[in-house]
Ligand binder design. Structure first.
Ligand SMILES: [Zn+2]
Ligand SMILES: [Zn+2]
Length: 246
């Protein structure tokens, strides 16, 4: 397992060399990836929030409420939760996680993801990471969503099916595309792994993604999972675009 090897080598490195904050490069007292100031600067999402998609509300009304978007245009999943806003700070973290080979960062982030999924992880039969196309997997050597998913699986005891879904088309980078183009870009780009068809039918699945921006990728994954007769879909993400509530 590539990811495990990466993590082990990082463990060795972080033991031999003290950690520094990924943002300001200050030396850290404890192991981790962020100094106290930058950790507190993270724009975390929590309660009160939309019962369905997790969109944060400023005030609690004391009962389960849906956001305007979920009332008018409900998502394809049953429940979704995210850890933080996708802003300039979380963008740096996620970019490091994706391209920078900072797998120890995943160890810092996974418990937050586990906590965010507290409402539904105990109801899940399996965790499935949003897949990368094999060509991109070769470039990056690991899938950041699978890395997070594996750690959440360890923390929650919910088994991970790393190849539950496959990316059938090598879609161009989503960055820089508007919502319409993204939807077109990812439509039919995902399918379930038919080897697991029996396990997926009737299952309650937790999809894990690092970032949700327009939601086009998650929509495409949900469509494929529903075709495979998955009973319930939960979505857990590290960060999500919240401005404009796309
Ligand atoms: Zn810092
Ligand atoms: Zn909502």
């Amino acid at each position: 397992m590539h990811a495990t090897l990466h993590m082990l080598s990082h463990l060795v490195v972080t033991t031999l060399f003290p950690s520094r904050c990924l943002i300001c490069h200050d030396l850290l007292q404890e192991t981790g990836s962020l100094c106290r100031d930058h950790f507190h600067a993270l724009n975390l999402v929590g309660d009160p929030c939309c019962t369905l998609c997790g969109f944060p509300f400023e005030f609690s009304s004391g009962e389960s409420v849906l956001c305007a978007e979920c009332i008018h245009n409900p998502p394809a999943y049953d429940t979704g939760r995210t850890v933080m806003h996708y802003d300039s700070l979380s963008r740096v973290l996620i970019t490091r996680l994706k391209y920078g080979d900072y797998t120890d960062l995943a160890v810092t982030l996974a418990p937050m993801l586990h906590r965010a999924g507290g409402a539904f992880l105990s109801d899940c039969d399996m965790i499935i990471p949003v897949p990368l196309h094999w060509r991109r997997l070769l470039q990056r050597t690991y899938n950041q969503s699978a890395l997070l998913g594996g750690l959440v699986s360890q923390l929650s005891g919910v088994p991970m099916l790393p190849d539950g879904m496959v990316r059938t088309r090598h879609t161009p980078q989503q960055a820089g595309l508007d919502r319409k183009d993204r939807l077109k870009n990812v439509k039919r780009a995902f399918t379930v792994n038919h080897r697991h068809a029996d396990r997926l039918a009737g299952a309650r699945v937790c999809l894990i993604d690092d970032v949700i921006t327009t939601g086009a990728t998650i929509d495409a994954c949900c469509r494929a999972l529903k075709q495979a007769r998955v009973e319930k879909i939960y979505v857990l993400s590290m960060a999500r675009t919240l401005r404009g509530h796309a």
